[in-house]
Design a protein around this ligand. Structure first.
Ligand code: PEP
Ligand code: MG
Length: 559
């Protein structure tokens, strides 16, 4: 048995024979071409062919995969990408294949340099699309994904979404890739399809051989080649326990709206970034969307999406939600989340730089378009809230309310809120609450800023514990400040931990927005604890000497 470590990308475990996904290389014509017009024609034909092929695959796919393929089709048809490639062909006589690969690489490099894991992962999508266009331009066959006929674990260097679309999900028991990250599309699609996956496994393709048994541990982030009997039964046991846990939670979750055992109402919504994710969340019983991260909409665009395009996305989500609330967060770009179409200056301390609402103030045209689209999506009386990220002062809140109202927010009945993720906002939560309808606590950033510890830095992970008494006391300060003025929710990752969620409820939080895979756990935990239990545990936890003690107290609340 050989064990390789990677990044746990999609939960679950499986053991099956390896199926190696090989991508045949093709030659890219280098040097100056004789007929530039012919190359231009080849490029346009290839762009059209790849765009259409991706759209067709998207139509046949469903959910997250369909959305990812649609996004890739849009990248293929991006006029700025084609313009850059065409300019190089015209000016330098480069081949169509070389020109599109180089043009794509320019975009990909901007994204890859991002500190945001999600943004960096999009670089691979652009590279994949451009490689497909180049392949089509030189007439090389499409990468062939042979039909799987037996249940298998897919082993690949990377697995572009268009290839995932060609696989039979019934037969794919697991996915292991040498490249990728938790936010690469392989990982997103694997999670959406419930296939265990481990990505970024160095040495994987060299170590695995065709048909040899391979075990994927999507929770532990390990791949075992030719696993021994102990490992096999351990993983099979894990998979069975997971399935049993889910059945158990389903049996325990009560019908109707989420509330504590004694009927104290707490709205449990989902964090989503795309329509397909919302579909999955609704299947899990989401009562709302408490955080729509809108950055995804802008990725792969050479210009910001226009108002109509944004109305399309927000409107489709609001439609799916019916009378349930949709909270849209305005774009949180800047610093570690660069957008190719914005010229932002390099900064010494990006996390403390021009991001979120600060960036919106420098680009009033972008924020106005987004707010108008959000207002238009309320048509038909849909319940929509809008919130700004990174708000630090009451003056910023006033500015945001002004922008929302100038876009017609008041007449449309938009609820207006702010994320509380900057320590200054905690201290002035009461002032913010006077101006706004709600506050949503972003524990991911709030924890990093409270402890002055970069959330991406592995060495400081001990300072990112959401049970930190400093964070719990911050939540208490916010709830006290906002009392009787605005409702308080939590949309950071911490809300998805059922024990933490109960402490937050004890401190006064009335809305929780979590990843869809946490919805069941959180709803069940709420239904099995009383508000008094939550309050007494919260009072004890905020006085705990450290996160471990607070964690123990919180865990005591779980049945
Ligand atoms: C947060 O900071 O908690 C949050 C929800 O925002 P993001 O993770 O998108 O920065
Ligand atoms: Mg944040």
């Amino acid at each position: 048995m050989k064990t390789l470590s990677g990044v746990a990308a999609s939960s679950g475990a499986s053991v099956a024979p390896a199926w190696l996904h090989a991508v045949a290389d093709f030659d890219i014509p280098e040097g100056e071409v004789g007929d530039r017009d012919a190359e231009l024609a080849k490029l346009r034909k290839a762009v059209e062919a790849v765009g259409r092929a991706l759209e067709e695959k998207a139509e046949q796919a469903s959910g997250e995969l369909a959305e990812v393929l649609d996004a890739q089709a849009m990248m293929a048809r991006d006029p700025e990408l084609a313009d850059s490639a065409e300019r190089v062909i015209q000016d330098q006589g480069t081949s169509a294949a070389r020109a599109i690969i180089d043009a794509g690489e320019d975009y990909a490099e901007v994204l890859a340099a991002s500190e945001s894991e999600y943004m960096a992962a999009r670089a691979e999508d652009i590279r994949d699309v451009c490689k497909r266009i180049a392949r089509s331009a030189v007439g090389a066959p499409e990468t062939s994904v042979a039909d799987l006929s037996e249940p298998s674990v897919i082993v690949a260097t990377e697995l572009p979404p268009a290839d995932v679309a060609s696989l039979d999900p019934q037969l794919v028991q697991g996915i292991a890739t040498e490249e990728g990250s938790r936010t690469s599309h392989t990982a997103i699609v694997a999670r959406a399809l419930g296939i265990p996956a481990v990505v970024a496994v160095k040495g994987l393709t060299a170590a695995a051989s065709k048909d040899s048994p391979i075990a994927v541990d999507g929770d532990g982030g390990e791949v075992h080649i030719e696993p021994d009997d102990d490992t096999k039964s351990r993983l099979e046991g894990k998979a069975a326990a997971r399935a049993k846990r889910r059945e158990d939670l389903k049996a325990r979750v009560p019908d109707g709206l989420a509330a504590t055992k004694d009927g104290h109402r707490v709205e449990v919504g989902a964090n989503v970034g795309a329509v397909a994710e919302l579909e999955a969340a609704l299947d899990e019983g989401a009562e709302a969307v408490g955080l729509l991260r809108t950055e995804l909409l802008y990725i792969g665009h050479s210009e910001a999406p226009d108002e109509d395009e944004q109305v399309g996305v927000y409107g489709a989500m609001a439609e799916l939600l019916g009378d349930r609330r949709l909270v849209v967060r305005t774009f949180d770009f800047g610093a570690d989340k660069p957008v190719p179409f914005l010229d932002v200056d390099a900064e010494e301390n990006p996390a403390l730089g021009v991001r979120g609402i600060r960036l919106a103030r420098l680009h009033p045209d972008l924020i106005t378009t987004q707010l108008r689209a959000i207002v238009r999506a309320t048509e038909g009386g849909r319940r929509i809230g809008v919130m700004a990220p990174m708000v630090a002062t009451a003056e910023e809140a006033d500015w945001f309310v002004e922008q929302v109202n100038a876009a017609g927010g008041q007449e449309a009945g938009l609820e207006v809120g702010a994320m509380v993720e900057v320590p200054a906002a905690v201290l002035v939560a009461g002032d913010l609450a006077e101006r706004l309808d709600f506050l949503s606590i972003g524990t991911n950033d709030l924890t990093q800023y409270l402890h002055a510890a970069d959330r991406q830095l592995g060495a400081l992970s001990y300072l990112q514990d959401p049970f930190s008494p400093a964070l719990l006391r911050a939540v208490q300060t916010i709830c006290l400040g906002a009392r009787d003025k605005a409702w308080v929710g939590v949309c950071g990752e911490a809300a998805g931990d059922p024990a933490w969620a109960l402490i937050a409820v004890g401190l006064g939080v009335t809305e929780l927005s979590v990843g869809s895979d946490s919805l069941l756990e959180v709803r069940v935990a709420l239904a099995e604890a009383t508000l008094d239990d939550c309050r007494s545990a919260a009072a004890e936890a905020i006085g705990a000497p450290g996160p471990d003690a607070a964690h123990r107290i919180a865990t005591g609340l779980l049945a």
